[in-house]
Design a protein around this ligand. Sequence first.
Ligand code: SAH
Length: 361
Amino acid sequence: MTDRVNLLDFDRAALEHYFVSLGESAFRARQVMKWVYQRRITDFGAMTDLGKNLRQRLGDVAEVRLPDIMADRTSTDGTRKWLLSVPGGSAIETVFIPETDRGTLCVSSQVGCSLNCTFCATARQGYNRNLTTGEIIAQLVIAERHLAPRYGERAITNVVMMGMGEPLLNYDAVVPAMRLMLDDLSFGLSRRRVTLSTAGVVPGIDRLAKDCPVSLAVSLHAPNDALRTEIVPLNRKYGIATLLDACKRYLAGDNRRRITFEYVMLRGVNDHERHARELVSLLQGVPAKVNLIPFNPSPGIDYECSDATDIDRFRERLLAAGIVTITRKTRGDDIDAACGQLAGSVLDRTRRSARLQASRA
Ligand code: SAH
């Protein structure tokens, strides 16, 4: 461990504040951000426009700290997954999904997850801690270095906060990291191209609307409270009606924007025609898109994916009601990089994995 300040923990405002606290001009923040995020230089000695004294001083008190890469695997479909070690003995996963017209990075926000959704591999791992802003933004820095190593090149056109963890339960680190994703001096992505996905942390949705209104995806997965509470236990705290009200507030009457609702297709659980009908009436009056996600299996999780014909039929029902609906293509499942398969290596502090093992023995 090190007691140096990690400059990746600061968004632009915080970095300006940091330089002022060192008795330097706030302008230094711009210079350093350009070096780190655009020129991909992390060694202060090479930041030639900073002046020798400042370079030396930064070398003593600060650093640009990136997690070590423990594994780097590429799927037959081109999806790439990095396993990154983070202090405390755990590891997190980051996934790049290339498509013809874009490159999407799926970013983790926590080491494990505390929410316990019944179909998700990350939940099985238990929970260790929140990631820092630096550990979140480092996932973009590392991916860019591998994918587009030359200055001026960019591989990441979109970011989805859909990796391990619940981003709205790590609000104070996630928001500065997303500000860096949006900042022209770092990644310069538009708000439309940064998506935060939540299992439905209602107070976080309202805060986000004020602080950093990126695209919002909500993991709905069921059309009524009884079923949703069964598979997304957070629903007990924030039920569907409360959640949908927050979604409407989030859009604040801007009729060009929509909420994306994710719906994992679980055979015999939530994929019946009556569920589709219920979903249609539920989403009346909510500007919505629906993403149907074929369930991806993981060891120890006792669900099956719906039949392709049932997924198609479900989609047709929503489409017939005028709801834009797509079925998400499964990517990277041969390297366990698909939705819900990210598990990293979590030193569980909740003892959930031990309890699960005991209950199975
Ligand atoms: N906690 C946030 C961020 C995780 S996003 C959230 O719940 O939205 C990961 C997405 O993959 C979520 O929509 C999640 O519900 C979905 N998912 C989880 N397990 C899955 C599985 N086994 N198969 C397909 N999708 C899954």
